[in-house]
Design a protein around this ligand. Structure first.
Ligand SMILES: Nc1ncnc2c1ncn2[C@@H]1O[C@H](COP(=O)(O)OP(=O)(O)OP(=O)(O)O)[C@@H](O)[C@H]1O
Ligand SMILES: O=P(O)(O)OC[C@H]1O[C@H](OP(=O)(O)OP(=O)(O)O)[C@H](O)[C@@H]1O
Ligand SMILES: [Mg+2]
Length: 282
């Protein structure tokens, strides 16, 4: 049975559960459940604190886990990223009162508050900067106002929390993060159950980003039309009963679907339809 760590709380928890559900796995019904078995798919899910997941996976007791890239790096655990999942996207940045600093090199002798001590200490060391790091569990933005630190390093998504605290980012982003699947470093990459799990999640990612497009066009326009809808490998082209017309079917990126429909219409395609993809294996 495959043993998988899933975030039990916080920003990663809801979207991770939704994705696993879309991939056909049974998920917990109640937020207090700590583990469930999905006997049909032969998977056991452990609901753990996001910060602890890399540690469990690196111990080898759990096969894979879903966590944030920033949490994996912060933990220093012996685990590696095997699939980015596209949700809980954020950047990790320094911030302070306007004019407090312009880059990491200005932090010598200063105090930095953060919940991600591992990332910050590593980044300071990479730049040869000696600064103090104060660990706080959350609401780090308030640390400056209350005099605990001169600058902070924190997760930034929309920037609203920083703005509300009168702070500004400075310097280059320390890292970009999103939810990821991890496994123990060097674990068997060919393990069939792991491969099947990853294929299911990849199927969800494709189903979320692509739609199926169908349309009819005149044979003379086919090359132009196919250039607009190349599909992933090559579009399906079938003859219509009316001579001189063909039906074309191809996957297109959902974000571009409306523009592609306009362009197809302009070159004479008709009966242009898009439909959602519910699941897929590429
Ligand atoms: N506002 C946000 N937008 C996107 N991702 C976020 C945001 N806040 C935290 N994350 C991501 O969530 C993960 C941290 O999860 P964790 O549960 O520790 O904190 P949280 O989501 O802030 O929850 P809480 O603070 O309520 O405990 C990290 O990967 C982080 O990048
Ligand atoms: O750029 P934004 O869209 O404002 O998002 C970033 C904020 O979200 C998280 O805080 P959270 O709400 O989890 O509170 P916490 O600081 O107590 O963890 C993070 O720590 C930032 O403070
Ligand atoms: Mg938080």
């Amino acid at each position: 049975m495959l043993r998988i760590a899933v975030p039990n709380k916080g920003s990663l928890s809801g979207p991770a559960g939704d994705m696993l559900h879309e991939a056909g796995y049974q998920q917990r019904r109640e937020s207090k459940e700590l583990r469930i078995v999905d006997p049909v798919n032969e998977v056991e899910f452990f609901y753990l604190r996001p910060r602890d997941i890399a540690i469990y996976v690196s111990s080898g007791r759990l096969d894979i886990g879903i966590t944030g890239r920033d949490l994996l790096i912060d933990s220093g655990a012996d685990a590696e990223e095997i699939l980015p999942l596209g949700f809980a996207r954020s950047t990790f940045r320094f911030a302070g009162k306007p004019g407090a600093a312009t880059g990491v090199e200005d932090l010598k002798g200063k105090t930095v508050a953060t919940s991600y001590e591992g990332i910050v200490a590593g980044h300071l060391a990479d730049h040869g900067v000696e600064a103090s790091v104060v660990h706080l569990d959350g609401a780090v933005e308030t640390a400056i106002e209350l005099g605990v630190a001169e600058v902070i390093a924190d997760v930034v998504e929309t920037g609203t929390s920083l703005r509300n605290a009168g702070l500004e980012v400075f310097g280059e982003p320390i890292m970009k993060s999103e939810a990821i699947v991890i496994r123990r470093t060097g674990a068997d990459a060919e393990e069939l159950k792991v491969q099947q799990f990853l294929r299911r999640l990849q199927g969800v990612l494709v189903a979320r980003t692509y739609v199926m497009m169908d349309y009819d066009c005149r044979v003379e326009q086919l090359e132009k039309a196919v250039a607009l809808t190349p599909g992933l490998e090559s579009p399906t082209v079938s003859p219509l009963h009316n001579e001189g017309w063909v039906a074309v079917r191809a996957m297109v990126p959902a974000k571009e679907a409306q523009r592609i429909m306009d362009d197809l219409y302009d070159i004479g395609a008709r009966a242009i339809l898009t439909t959602a993809i519910h699941a897929c294996r590429l």
